[in-house]
Structures are given as structure tokens and as C-alpha cells.
Design a protein around this ligand. Sequence first.
Ligand code: HEC
Length: 198
Amino acid sequence: MRPSPMQDDEQPVIMPHSYDGIQEYDQSLPNWWLFTLFASIAFAFVYWLANFTTGTLPDDRVALDAELAALEARQLAAVKDLDEATLWKMSRNPTTLAEGQAVYAGLCFSCHGPKMEGIKGVGFRLNDDLWVHGNTGMAVFRNINEGVVFDGKPTGMAAQKALGAGRVAAVTAYLLSFQQQGRMQAIDRTKEPSQLTP
Ligand code: HEC
């Protein structure tokens, strides 16, 4: 029989054996204490399964990354004088890119193609690294914002100013997300027309 919990006036129960003169108490642990021990072991197992094995629980790191991206996107959007460095930073920010992709899908794909592959006779290819009207982020921003004039005449690429600078910057960032900084090449539209559309 297990000894019952010690009362205030009782002497502690001592196990009969003794090793090197060291004796051992024989006290059963209180049930509430055992309950917290076993409950925390069970919880640890379930938590390990849910968090690390099956991925049922939302991953804190994913949530944190998304929050940081949203924060950075807001900081970048608040920059007053847009410059090349800011545009390239935007082009690697998931929140900005989601906005830019939405603008592209709503307004640009009808002329530049759903995959930016260009449409013959309608709009240039935008998914390669060849650029006709300027091979920098800022040039792309200006071409979208102000439209493209060729030989003194407006082209099919009309100014998108009405979108507002924020969304023009976002769609520029979306185009730049398929590019590497410093690797955008300038080409002459009269010399390599086959590169411009499919
Ligand atoms: C009505 C059709 C049309 C729409 C809509 C349109 N574009 Fe264009 N875009 C053109 C044409 C045509 C050109 C080529 C201009 C020329 O003849 O040089 C062009 C050129 C460009 C260029 C310059 C490409 C280069 O090689 O330098 C960029 C960048 C561009 N468009 C982005 C966009 C974005 C982003 C949108 C959506 C906000 C958009 N365009 C909407 C027709 C369109």
C-alpha cells in the first residue's frame, strides 16, 4: 500500500533501504502535481505534432514575414522622392508585388499579354531583359506614368497617371521583379523588331 500524504503532525515515511548511509523518503507526489506533469507531457506531444510535423498551426515565422513585408511596403510607399533604389527594394517586397500584379492584371495585360509576352501590333514584350524606352527602374516608372512618345507622336502606351504614383510604382516594381538590377538592356526598336513582341 502507498503511504498516504504526510499530515502536519506525522513523521516522514522512510524507505527501508540505505545506501552509504543515505536514506530515501517514501512520499507519493500530490495528484495535482502529477496532473500538471502528465498534462504538460501530453500537451508537448500534441503541440509538436501540430506545429512541427503536420503544420496545422499557423507558422509564426510566416506570419511575421508577412507583417514585416507589409510594414516595409508602407515605408517604401511613403518615400516622397521615388528613386531607383526604392523601386528595386519595392520589386522584392511581396506586399507591393501583390498590389502591382493586381494593377497589371486589371489594366496592362490586354495590351502586353497575360504573361507579359507582348501582343503583336498591340504592346511590347515586358518579360525579357530588353527595354526600348529606357533600361532603368525610373525609366520604366516614367514610361508607365507619362506614357510613351515616339518620333514626336503618342504611341499606344498612354499615360497611366490617373492610377496615382503609388500604384504606378507598384506595377513598376512588379515588372522589375522579373529583372536583375544592372542587367536590363537597351535595344533599338527599329533594329530588332522581332524582340519586341512574339
Ligand atoms: C492600349 C494598350 C496598352 C496598355 C493598356 C498598356 N500599354 Fe504599355 N505599351 C503599349 C505600347 C503600344 C507600347 C510601345 C510603345 C512604342 O510604340 O514604343 C508600350 C510600352 C510599354 C513600356 C515600355 C517598354 C519598353 O520596352 O521600354 C512599358 C514599361 C509599359 N508599356 C508598361 C505598361 C504597364 C505597366 C501597363 C499597365 C498599367 C501598360 N503598359 C498598359 C501599349 C499598352
